[in-house]
Design a protein around this ligand. Structure first.
Ligand code: CO
Length: 293
């Protein structure tokens, strides 16, 4: 990896870490989701960076892909387990990091995903397999009496690419990609009191453009013009102010121009925690780009 690219990854990581931890401290009972989400997204731009995806704010049994909608009236409540998942990029080089805020008594649940992430990071080195990393994640979570979410994974990153090989599982599997120096990926263990599998909810707030094929409906063309500068990275429905998004966005998904990221949830009433860092594999281990410095 060129020094310049390495430095850009580290700068993006430093910005993401700073904003995530500063913002996590603001979350308490009665605070509005929309205020938190908008504040974080503004801070990223103020740092001269850009969002790799809309801030994900997912509560309790929701593991991922929720974010505030325009005019969202939801506020944090006592007992909530809130996941903040932030993606920042500079020139397309992405830092992806997440933390969990506990407004109840769930410190062991948070500890499970936090220690799973630390164990995974320690296991990263050239020659290790993605499956071994998953094994380290699974052990830390199960040792504390919870389940890892098996159908959510860490993912390789590249310029303007949010998901590419290697896939980093949250459970031990035999084999998987053999890690190599210079690989960049996010590791994101999820610990749950629920089933260990997420399914899709009907709530859909996050989309990305996956095809350049021409569209005829004028309203759809306006949306695509607006999201062009995303380079295919996800955007929030909240970022658009067009009328009839309820019709246009699903139409663009049906015609396979947009991909939709429905909210992913474990069973109702369960609680999910998540911790995530982005790493670059070095000759003898890895560098964590998103660690607070
Ligand atoms: Co991620």
């Amino acid at each position: 990896m060129k020094d310049e690219i390495f430095d850009t990854y580290r700068n993006a990581g430093e910005i993401a870490a700073k904003i995530l931890h500063r913002s996590a401290r603001e979350i308490r009972e009665g605070v509005s989701y929309l205020d938190v989400v908008e504040s974080i997204e503004v801070q990223v731009r103020e740092e001269g960076a850009a969002l790799a995806f809309p801030l994900n704010l997912s509560l309790n049994e929701d593991a991922a892909h929720d974010t505030a909608s325009a005019g969202d009236v939801r506020v944090f409540s006592r007992g909530d387990v809130a996941k903040l998942d932030l993606g920042v990029h500079i020139d397309g080089y992405i830092a992806d990091t997440a933390t969990t805020i506990d407004l109840g008594n769930n410190s062991l649940l948070l500890e499970a995903s936090r220690q799973a992430l630390e164990a995974a990071i320690k296991a990263v080195r050239p020659g290790a397999t993605a499956g071994e990393i998953g094994g380290a994640v699974q052990k830390e979570i199960e040792d504390r009496g919870y389940r890892p979410i098996a159908n959510l994974t860490g993912h390789g990153l590249d310029q303007y690419i949010l998901h590419r090989p290697p896939t980093i599982p949250n459970v031990g599997v035999t084999g998987g990609v053999v890690l190599e120096e210079g690989m960049v990926f996010a590791i994101e263990p999820f610990a749950t009191t629920g089933s260990g599998h997420v399914g899709e909810k009907t709530r859909r707030e996050i989309y990305s453009q996956v095809s350049q094929k021409p569209v005829r409906i004028p309203a759809a063309r306006t949306i695509l013009k607006k999201v062009k500068d995303r380079h295919g990275l996800p955007f929030a429905r909240r970022w658009l102010n067009e009328k009839k998004l309820d019709i246009t966005l699903p139409a663009l998904v049906r015609s396979q121009v947009l991909h939709v990221y429905p909210v992913l949830s474990d069973i109702a009433g369960s609680l999910v925690s998540q911790h995530e860092h982005t790493v670059i594999v070095t000759s003898d281990g890895c560098i964590v780009t998103t660690r607070s410095r």
